[in-house]
Design a protein around this ligand. Structure first.
Ligand code: SF4
Ligand code: SF4
Length: 312
């Protein structure tokens, strides 16, 4: 039996909605086949009022073992560090987070808000929101850079806005079946199994990317990098490998990747003119180029490809 408590801070509940759509395995299978026992979840738990306090206090006092503490949403520290903007079960949510993270074997942050602050932490950030162990790209967040759960692991980050449902359920299964030792995490504490490839891996528009054929929203056969700001070549995620609803992905539906699994999200802090738009120098050279390539190399390669295409 693996006991889980799931709490939400500054969140829209999108990750819970995503979680409930999991298929491999589904939430039902987590319970029936993998011995996961959800002690409390704010959307699907039956406990109310004092019963919630009882579940949380039992875990904090270690009368009940807490194997996994899942957090969705930002940790709200406002106003002025008191946390009084987000009260839950009689105290600031941030205090529950501190206490439950301190007794859990594993702490899992689900979604961008819980991992690095996401949209809610965009300046001026009136709620003083932050992620569990990162604030944007900077290690630290609410629990601090040195935090380790009882198992010795830092917070496991499963980013996304929302995260893919199967990323969540598969990580919970890995913990429940004692396979976390096989799980490698990257610099941003994301499981490498889901966050090593780029979104571009498996995108049907790759040929158009190489030959620099522009696409557009919903337009088949073109690449969305050059005009509408697709971040597929800079974003680590398996969206074109483990498809959404087992059917599709943003770029397969010709919608640009927004780069939601990277700690910079939302990129450029949603500044006017930076969303769904490729930022350029001199009106034609992309300011951001695929990860791992130098700007010069990329500009040279794309103009060469374009010349060859115009001659063929
Ligand atoms: S649409 Fe995006 S992910 Fe697909 S090839 Fe173009 S840049 Fe890459
Ligand atoms: S395609 Fe990009 S924006 Fe969409 S879910 Fe995947 S990483 Fe996030």
């Amino acid at each position: 039996m693996t006991n889980i408590i799931w709490l939400k801070g500054g969140a829209c509940s999108g990750n819970t909605m995503s979680f409930l759509n999991a298929e491999q395995p589904s939430v039902i299978e987590l319970i029936t086949d993998f011995g996961i026992h959800i002690l409390y979840h704010p959307s699907i738990g039956l406990e109310i009022g004092e019963q919630v306090n009882e579940v949380l206090n039992d875990a904090v006092a270690e009368r009940v073992q807490l194997d996994i503490f899942v957090f969705e949403g930002t940790v709200i520290q406002g106003s002025n560090g008191t946390g009084n903007m987000n009260y839950f079960a009689g105290r600031p949510m941030k205090d529950w987070v501190q206490d439950l993270a301190g007794v859990a074997n594993y702490v899992v942050a689900i979604g961008d808000c819980a991992t690095w602050g996401g949209i809610i932490a965009v300046p001026p950030n009136p709620t003083e929101s932050t992620g569990l162990q990162f604030h944007k790209k900077e290690r630290g967040g609410f629990l601090g850079p040195g935090f380790r759960s009882r198992s010795g692991s830092p917070v496991i980050n499963i980013p996304g806005c929302p995260a893919h449902p199967d990323w969540m359920t598969q990580i919970l299964v890995a913990i429940a079946t004692d396979r976390m030792d096989d799980m490698r995490i990257d610099h941003y504490q994301r499981p490498k199994t889901f966050f090593t490839d780029f979104v571009q891996t498996g995108c049907p528009n790759v040929n158009a990317f190489v030959t620099k054929v522009d696409g557009g929203f919903g337009k088949r056969g073109g690449c969305l990098f050059y005009e509408v700001g697709c971040r597929g070549p800079m974003t680590h995620a398996s969206c074109n490998r483990i498809l959404w609803n087992r059917t599709s992905s943003k770029t397969r539906a010709n919608h640009p990747c927004l780069g939601c699994t990277e700690p910079g999200f939302p990129h450029h802090d949603l500044r006017k003119g930076s969303v769904f738009k490729t930022l350029k120098y001199l009106g034609y050279l992309p300011k951001e180029v695929p990860t791992g390539e130098s700007k010069l190399q990329f500009y040279f390669k794309t103009s060469l490809n374009q010349t060859l295409r115009s001659r063929s």
